[in-house]
Structures are given as structure tokens and as C-alpha cells.
Design a protein. Structure first.
Length: 119
């Protein structure tokens, strides 16, 4: 039997069922590289997770993003036209820092995609 800690660290290839967003679209999918667009309401988050082999590059299209990161601990706020890279292996959580919807692109690559939830 697996423990709770073992279950939560199991990587998945598709995380879309793990959290709700207002809208999700895939703009490009090539081996080792993805571009997705996500829209979060003011109460939605992308929960704590990391990727084993790929980085996430966040680019805000509309609204305000608040990123929390670990290893080391860091908080980053982004507005339209701003970007930030969460390196492979670095745990991060994405929240909407505004009163309206947050729309952003996330570029993921280069390498095999996985999503390792931390909770």
C-alpha cells in the first residue's frame, strides 16, 4: 500500500483534471515543447507542483499574476507583457493577484513533460 506522501509525488502526464480554470487552450504541442493559454478567475490557482525535466515560462497577457516559488523561497508579481521562468525541479504555485480574470501563456520545454503535485 502506498502512503499519502508517495501518492502526491507521482508525476502525471496530463494535469488538466487536477485543478479548475476558466479556460484552457493548447496553442502548440511538439515533442518536448508545449504552449498553453490559461485563464484563472480571482479565486483560482494552479496548485503547488514542479516539473522534473522542463521549465515553465509564464507570460502574462491580461490581469495580474502572483507566483510563489520554493528552493529558494520567492514571490513574483507579473503584469501584462511580463514574464518569468520557473526552472525544472523548482516547486511553484500560480495565483491570480487581481480582481478580474488572469490570462497567461505558459511555454513548457525543452524535454519530456510531467506534473508532480505537492499536495
Amino acid at each position: 500500500m502506498t502512503t499519502k506522501a508517495e501518492r502526491r509525488l507521482q508525476p502525471v502526464k496530463d494535469a488538466s483534471h487536477l485543478y479548475e480554470v476558466e479556460r484552457r487552450a493548447r496553442h502548440a504541442a511538439r515533442p518536448g515543447f508545449h504552449i498553453s493559454e490559461l485563464q484563472l478567475s480571482p479565486t483560482q490557482t494552479v496548485p503547488w507542483h514542479y516539473h522534473t525535466n522542463i521549465s515553465d515560462t509564464f507570460y502574462v497577457l491580461e490581469g495580474r499574476m502572483r507566483l510563489f516559488l520554493q528552493k529558494p523561497k520567492q514571490e513574483v508579481q507579473l503584469g501584462p507583457g511580463e514574464s518569468f521562468v520557473a526552472a525544472a525541479g523548482r516547486p511553484h504555485l500560480v495565483t491570480n493577484a487581481g480582481d478580474g480574470s488572469l490570462t497567461f501563456l505558459v511555454l513548457q520545454g525543452m524535454g519530456e513533460y510531467d506534473y508532480v503535485p505537492l499536495v
